[in-house]
Design a protein around this ligand. Structure first.
Ligand SMILES: C[S@@+](CC[C@H](N)C(=O)[O-])C[C@H]1O[C@@H](n2cnc3c(N)ncnc32)[C@H](O)[C@@H]1O
Length: 276
């Protein structure tokens, strides 16, 4: 566990405890949280799952899940995307949520029980070391968590490892203009608030290509700060995956992460937002 892990864990433990105590976690400003889901999606979920939504997008809307698929949500928080995935993949599929924060896992378990979801499983661990076998997952999703990771190249390597050949990712995350230095990203928001640790578009693309993913696309969904956006990230693992090579790309991402981690800024309640 690194210093970044500990700072992030403490921050999100507090957010989870708030929801477990019946408080709203974040203000809904249209940039983060439950407003990014349709009314129909929100209606079928426990209130606490909706209240605990801390993401910057809606990965379910982009991941095109099918009946019978196995989905993994990296940094599953209160479980909103796991529960929505579980509905899409149905009883023959399975939705896994991975999170390092005990309080979030407790909240997610409670929400899954309330929703009556039987095809879900919440795992404790770091997204830099996913506790699942290789080639065991059809789709990796994530909502505003890659930016929080202490070791982004490790996250990308782990995504490539757990995806089956032909598998895909549908991720939403904060991404910065290529022109923004790590220092400039940190000036726009804190690390725990999902801003300072964001990769640039080039760093994100290079990181995914470095571990052999193909058809990489990054599409801006909305702006969250000057030169920083919520973006939809898609890619596929080729059927004949050649995961070697492109070490340079991983090294570039590593450098950027180290710089942004050094310059963590002002505190905020959760992803980008203030306490609501
Ligand atoms: C911004 S919240 C997003 C939660 C959820 N995806 C959502 O949309 O509501 C970040 C979550 O990721 C978890 N997290 C952050 N870094 C992590 C890491 N390196 N490994 C595992 N979980 C992590 C936190 O505990 C927290 O629950």
């Amino acid at each position: 566990m690194t210093e970044i892990h500990e700072a992030v864990r403490l921050h999100y433990a507090q957010a989870a405890l708030g929801v477990l105590n019946g408080e709203s976690c974040c203000s809904d400003d249209g940039q983060y949280g439950s407003e990014l889901y349709s009314a129909l999606e929100r209606e079928g979920l426990p209130d606490a799952a909706v209240m605990a939504s801390l993401g910057c997008g809606n990965p379910i809307a982009v991941a095109e899940l099918h009946e019978g698929e196995r989905v993994l949500d990296l940094g599953s928080g209160g479980g909103i995307d796991v529960l929505l995935s579980a509905k899409r993949v149905g009883p023959t599929g399975r939705a896994f949520g991975l999170d390092m924060t005990d309080e979030m896992l407790a909240l997610a378990q409670r929400n899954a029980a309330e929703a009556g979801a039987t095809n879900v499983e919440f795992l404790k661990g770091h997204i830099e070391a996913i506790p699942l076998p290789a080639a065991s997952i059809d789709v990796v999703i994530s909502n505003c968590v890659v930016n929080l990771a202490a070791d982004k190249p490790a996250v990308f390597r782990e995504i490539a490892r757990v995806l089956r050949p032909g598998g895909r990712i549908g991720i939403t995350d904060i991404v910065a203009d290529d022109s923004l230095t790590a220092q400039q990203r940190a000036e726009r928001g804190s690390y725990t608030g999902c801003v300072a640790g964001a990769l640039t578009f080039s760093e994100f693309r290079t990181g995914l290509e470095a571990i052999g993913l193909a058809d990489v696309s990054l599409t801006v969904s909305h702006q969250v700060a000057d030169g920083m956006y919520s973006a939809i990230v898609k890619a596929t693992k080729p059927v004949a995956a050649a995961a070697e090579g492109a070490v340079e790309g991983a090294a570039a991402v590593e450098g950027a992460v180290a710089a942004s981690a050094r310059s963590a800024a002002q505190p905020s309640c959760c992803c980008g937002g203030s306490c609501g």
